[in-house]
Design a protein around this ligand. Structure first.
Ligand SMILES: O=P(O)(O)OC[C@H]1O[C@H](O[C@H]2O[C@H](CO)[C@@H](O)[C@H](O)[C@H]2O)[C@H](O)[C@@H](O)[C@@H]1O
Ligand SMILES: O=c1ccn([C@@H]2O[C@H](COP(=O)(O)OP(=O)(O)O)[C@@H](O)[C@H]2O)c(=O)[nH]1
Length: 481
């Protein structure tokens, strides 16, 4: 058990709660939110107790309705922060996902706009107000991700006004780009200063950590000579890498369920004599989905002898559908998918199954399990937990992970996978071919390497390590990080 979380009061804060609330026929229904942040933090629930603040994903105006939503979430230790829909839209869609997200992922052509920025500030303030009121002095507050970069500073001020002292940790789940890219954002200084009011800041990889440290030095003239520390104004902030992971047992246990075993049997029978490649990604530019489909097209062109012998099952989970760029990407992907099947399908079958929807967890594990290859083509990606999940489901098959060198996961998984550059179709085609033809001994060796990594670096360990460090930081602030 994660003793730290139980001894001290732990509060998790993220923009999105793990449960999204929807109004169906006048009543409220909640369902699990998608994405890696929820996966990583849900894995933590096994070992640590915490309350979770976040936006419920819906506008609720009526005080009675708010009470109803509040009660239904209470059972999951979740506390909703209600936002009116235009504010939520400007904060989440317009600033977080149209301006900040692309810059964090090295996408160019971003246009800054003042209205969304003001909404971003306002939402961070509303979070700070709600948390400062509830938090007990001495508690640990762990803030997550790019939607809430201003929160540590706003929260620290409010806690101080109330005479409370809490430890504040911040984890970024995206990459942090190299300095010159970050300069594209006119409000870059405010965001960095907001984060620097934390006691501890965590990144997924050493590269992101170093980029952040370099930016603090060049932009704020902060002192960064001591490893893993940033001194800015009168504060000493610890900076480190914490490897986020999954709960592998959840996948292993699910694979044992009779209905999942039956589903696996049916899928194996259906794809007898056919090699299955799986891809699971939120429908997002950063996942390199158009590159993936084009690379797969090149692979099919290069290997006519494999006609009807290979299928790519691509799950594209709907995401951020109110953002214009995401809508355009969806249209583009449908067109490319149609063209690929138009070119390569035969009366015996289609080489590409493109599914634009989310899949239930049991189905997801069955899909991972029957796949000979998992193809992940991110152009940039904070970590990519799908890579971990695929490995967790490959005890029997020893399938091969073909992993873009730009996923954060590649910093740790390159030895056990086949790495490639997602913009290079030829390289991708060769990587797919090599993965499909790897001999069993090599497949086993790669799988065992990755299994060791995934089983060692679990989400529970990630959470416990971060909380332990945060708690120590407060007890002995002068100590090295
Ligand atoms: O909440 P959404 O807008 O629907 O997006 C889902 C999540 O996407 C991002 O996930 C990141 O976190 C993962 C876990 O650390 C990491 O593996 C992945 O590479 C990242 O893209 C986002 O950072 C989350 O806040 C979102 O909830
Ligand atoms: O229909 C689906 C398919 C997948 N996932 C999960 O979404 C997460 C994706 O996390 P990742 O870190 O790969 O990327 P992110 O979407 O957070 O950028 C994984 O845990 C998947 O199991 C999901 O919620 N719904």
């Amino acid at each position: 058990m994660g003793s730290t979380g139980e001894k001290r009061n732990l509060t998790i804060v993220s923009n999105r709660l793990p449960l999204s609330v929807k109004r169906v026929d006048g009543a409220f229904q909640s369902s699990l939110s998608s994405g890696g942040l929820v996966t990583s933090l849900s894995g933590l629930t096994k070992s640590t107790k915490f309350q979770w603040f976040g936006w419920p994903g819906i506008e609720v105006k009526d005080p009675k309705d708010r009470e109803e939503v509040q009660k239904s979430l209470e059972a999951h230790n979740a506390i909703p922060i209600f936002l009116d829909s235009s504010l939520a839209h400007e904060h989440y869609n317009e600033f977080s996902n149209r301006i900040l997200w692309p810059i964090l992922h090295y996408q160019s052509g971003v246009v800054f706009d003042e209205t969304p920025w003001q909404a971003y500030r306002r939402v961070n303030e509303l979070f700070a107000d709600a948390i400062a009121e509830t938090a007990g002095s001495g508690s640990l507050i762990w803030v997550h991700d790019y939607h809430l970069m201003l929160l540590p500073e706003l929260l620290r001020d409010r806690l101080k006004q109330r005479g409370k002292s809490c430890a504040i940790g911040f984890s970024l789940h995206t990459p942090f780009p190299a300095g010159d890219f970050w300069r594209n954002l006119p409000v870059r200084k405010h965001l960095i200063e907001g984060m620097l009011s934390s006691d501890l800041i965590g990144f997924h990889t050493d590269e992101y950590k170093q980029n952040f440290i370099d930016t603090c030095a060049s932009l704020l003239n902060a002192r960064t000579e001591i490893p893993n520390q940033i001194q800015y104004k009168n504060r000493l902030v610890c900076i480190n890498k914490f490897i986020v992971g999954i709960d592998p047992d959840k996948f292993i246990d699910t694979l044992q369920k009779p209905d999942v075993q039956e589903r696996i049997r049916v899928l194996k029978e259906h794809y007898k004599g056919v090699k299955v490649i799986v891809g699971v990604d939120r429908l997002d530019h950063i996942k390199g989905l158009s590159q993936k489909l084009k690379g797969f097209d090149a692979f099919l062109d290069d290997h006519p002898e494999l006609q009807n012998k290979v299928v790519l099952i691509q799950v594209a989970v709907p995401s951020r559908e109110d953002v214009k760029e995401y809508q355009e990407l969806e249209t583009e992907l449908c067109t490319i998918a149609g063209k690929i099947n138009g070119k390569h399908a035969t009366p015996e079958g289609t080489p590409l199954l493109y599914m634009h929807r989310s899949v239930p967890f049991n189905e997801l594990t069955a899909l991972y399990s029957v796949a000979d290859v998992c193809l992940l083509t991110s152009t940039r990606d904070g970590m990519n937990l799908v890579a971990f999940e695929y490995v967790a489901c490959q005890e029997e098959r020893h399938g091969v992970l073909v992993l873009s060198e730009f996923a954060g996961a590649a910093s740790f998984m390159t030895n056990g996978s086949i790495p490639f550059h997602p913009a290079n179709k030829t390289e991708m085609s060769e990587a797919i071919f090599n993965a499909l033809n790897l001999d069993p001994a090599e497949r086993k060796a790669k799988y065992e390497y990755l299994r060791g990594f995934v089983n060692t670096n679990t989400s529970a360990k990630w959470g416990e390590t971060f909380i332990e460090k945060l708690s120590l930081r407060c007890k002995r602030p002068g100590e090295s990080c």
